[in-house]
Design a protein around this ligand. Structure first.
Ligand SMILES: [Cu+2]
Length: 714
């Protein structure tokens, strides 16, 4: 009796407390200021057994998760402890223009030792992230997560027991500036290091001779999925970790792809993945057995821990070069299925020209069949563990390497734009040159064509057409756009959209902002190589302090490199200083025996992938003497480089060059030259790649004879 009374009193007290709390709750009262202090500094890391200098936020990679509630005021003090400028962009968070954090475009950079305070109202909820928008700092570790709690909890999904944020990233021990220089010089070192180099041996082994021939006749470069060779892939800064969860519980995983140039396939050993939000915005729940997350996207998913065991949630780099794992649960590890590696030789893109973004992009049908067949043979071998893998493979996998699940994403509400608005349609071709590593929009870099002008109050539609062999995750600052898909009126809202190789995407948004916003490819190395634009509201006034520093946004840095070949009979090579369009080069050839030399000094203007024009001087101690030259370099079918020049003595020279990779280390090359004065010359040889800096070379040259030696890459 007594106990019962106590309970009742307890209940009444509790009820009173709840009512009191409710009436005092700051529903319409002043918004709460939520303040964070972030410090950006260098940090020594060791992901591979070697100590390297990275960059961190609050001494952590990734930086801390910033929690807010819808309606809060965010105040974030960012202190720069480094000896170089930095910045922070709040990816997907709708902030006032000046708080957007893109140095020189909207926000001044944070100078060494300085603190910048970002303050903005939180007008949305969901999973977002932040990262440096300066140089290659994102690759080095300046990123973290943002979680914004909604005012009202969602009721159309299973209530999760655990809420957990995971930040995916990629790490290389190489200095990212050096990686970019490597890509700019057309070095094949990154793909060699990654094992994704396409070779003649590979073509033969994969019976891809016809495809390969057709492709090079069309002057298309070989397919590649990613450019950079990574040493490690990380989930919350670790290649492998565990999240302890009891069996039967449900986890809400907030997944952020903070990789600098890696898409990840996500799959789970404990069953299907239920997508509940994309880019922070709730969508109708859908179950997928795996999904491809593009760079800079976020997905919230629900996972169940079926029973006793630690179930692997795996993020596999799209190029198959590695993965990171989070084991969810307790006890024995249950591994997720392997995502089949891409076969670069069998990527026939001709059937991807259509607009269906749900279509398989990365594997041909025949390839898929082989994979399934393999699974079958495994199963037929009959022991228990094989039986297991049999049932695993027998599970209907619609597509082992799907594209992002855009077609299935359905908004909870209609996302149609106001029909009374005028519509502006802008076609943006995503273009590029893998060889010189220049990435462009409509063939131009940011510094050549900076603005896409729009007007407040109109509906803006971007038709994104990818003309390249790589994926481009396009991100628009300050806006959410609809990704037009099969869901019509309910097309999902996103801040980042993948445009697959030779595929397309159509996005649209209401122009309801002001000033300038960045629109760019979120492959960090593509953005820095020119693939960006400023979406600019007509008639906006730029803050004077920003206007003053704006030119720095258009910086087109110079890169230097040289290939020096020293052989027993001769030396030849090339030294280059280059930015996007301008190339100053010196090529030379000299024989030791007869002391003959020829040096070609030129200024080259790069027009596009196919054409470069040049003028300069050809300096020699042969009969022809020194003369002025003017000519064109042109890429021929079969990817043969040709050069034609006319000199000041009215002589004509034609040079054809071709290099063929036989294996990942072995290559062969040939050059044929005809000059109306000096007639025929030719050169042929082979090289063995030793490391990034060195190759062994054997070469015969009609002028100087045969010999062997080394090539040094500086
Ligand atoms: Cu790109």
């Amino acid at each position: 009796m007594e106990i019962d009374m106590k309970f009742r009193i307890g209940k009444i007290v509790l009820l009173v407390l709840i009512i009191a709390a409710a009436s005092f709750s700051p529903k319409k009262a002043n918004a709460e200021v939520k303040e964070y202090n972030l410090e950006i500094d260098y940090k020594t890391v060791n992901y591979t057994g070697k100590e390297k200098r990275a960059m961190s936020v609050n001494n952590s990679i990734p930086g801390p998760t910033l929690y807010f509630k819808e309606g809060d005021i965010a105040r974030i003090n960012v202190k720069n402890n480094m000896d170089m400028n930095t910045s922070v962009h709040w990816h997907g968070v709708l902030v006032p223009n000046r708080a957007d954090g893109v140095s020189y475009l909207t926000t001044p950079p944070i100078k060494p030792g300085m603190t910048y305070t970002y303050e903005f109202p939180i007008k949305q909820h969901g999973t977002y992230w932040y990262h440096s928008h300066t140089g290659l700092q994102e690759q080095l570790g300046v990123y973290g997560s943002i979680v914004i709690e909604p005012l009202e909890q969602r009721v159309d999904i299973q209530e999760p027991d655990i809420d957990h944020v995971i930040v995916l990233s990629d790490w290389t021990d190489q200095n990212p500036n050096e990686v970019l220089r490597d890509l700019k010089r057309g070095s094949e070192y990154q793909s060699y290091r990654k094992g994704s180099m396409q070779t003649l041996l590979g073509v033969i082994k994969n019976k891809a001779i016809i495809e390969n021939l057709k492709r090079s006749l069309r002057r298309m470069p070989p397919m590649d999925i990613s450019d950079v060779a990574y040493d490690s892939f990380l989930i919350n800064g670790e290649p492998m970790s565990t999240l302890k969860v009891e069996p039967g519980k449900t986890v809400r995983l907030r997944i952020i792809n903070a990789g600098s140039s890696t898409y990840f396939y996500l799959n789970y050993a404990g069953g299907d993945i239920q997508i509940i939000s994309a880019d922070g915005i709730d969508v109708e729940p859908i179950d997928v057995d795996r999904l491809l997350i593009a760079i800079a996207e976020t997905y919230d998913v629900l996972l169940n821990v079926p029973e006793e065991g630690a179930y692997e949630f795996r993020a596999t780099a799209q190029d198959g070069s590695g993965h990171a794992s989070l084991f969810i649960g307790e006890g024995e590890q249950v591994l997720a299925q392997d995502i089949p590696k891409p076969n670069l030789y069998k990527m026939d893109h001709s059937h991807h020209m259509n607009k269906d973004p749900g279509m398989e992009m990365d594997r041909s049908d025949s390839d898929r069949k082989t994979h399934d067949m393999k699974g079958m043979t495994h199963g037929n071998m009959g022991n228990d563990s094989m039986e297991m893998s049999m049932s695993e493979t027998m599970k209907m996998v619609e597509n082992p390497r799907p594209l992002p699940p855009y077609n299935k994403l359905r908004s909870l509400e209609s996302t149609e734009l106001p029909p009374e608005n005028k519509t502006r349609e802008v076609v943006l071709n995503l273009t590029g040159d893998m060889e010189r590593y220049i990435w462009t929009i409509n063939g131009k870099t940011l510094s050549e064509d900076d603005k896409i002008l729009i007007r407040k109050g109109e509906n803006v539609r971007f038709v994104l057409v990818n003309k390249t062999m790589m994926h481009h995750p396009m991100h628009l600052h300050g806006h959410f756009f609809r990704v037009l898909n099969d869901q019509g009126e309910y097309s999902p809202l996103k801040h980042t959209v993948d445009v697959p190789p030779l595929g397309s995407a159509v996005i649209e948004f209401e122009a309801n902002e002001e000033k300038d916003w960045f629109f760019h490819c979120h492959v960090l190395y593509h953005m820095l190589s020119g693939m960006s634009r400023i979406v600019s509201y007509e008639g906006s006034v730029i803050d004077p302090d920003i206007k003053e520093i704006r030119p720095k946004l258009y910086r087109d840095p110079l890169y230097y490199w040289a290939d020096v070949t020293i052989l027993s009979q001769m030396t030849d090579g090339i030294a280059v200083i280059s930015n996007t369009r301008n190339i100053i080069s010196a090529r030379w050839e000299a024989g030791w025996e007869d002391e003959e030399y020829e040096i070609e000094l030129t200024y080259n203007r790069y027009i596009n992938r196919f054409i470069t024009v040049f003028g300069g001087a050809d300096i020699t101690n042969e009969e022809q003497k020194t003369r002025g030259i003017f000519g064109i370099r042109y890429l021929l079918p079969l990817l043969i480089d040709s050069t034609v020049w006319i000199d000041t003595d009215a002589d004509l020279r034609i040079i054809l060059d071709k290099e063929i990779r036989l294996t990942s280390r072995l290559s062969t090359f040939g050059e044929l030259q005809y000059d109306t004065e000096s007639k025929w010359e030719w050169k042929a040889g082979g090289a063995i790649l030793i490391n990034k800096w060195l190759s062994l070379v054997g070469q015969y040259y009609s002028e100087f004879g045969g010999g062997g030696g080394i090539q040094i890459r500086l």
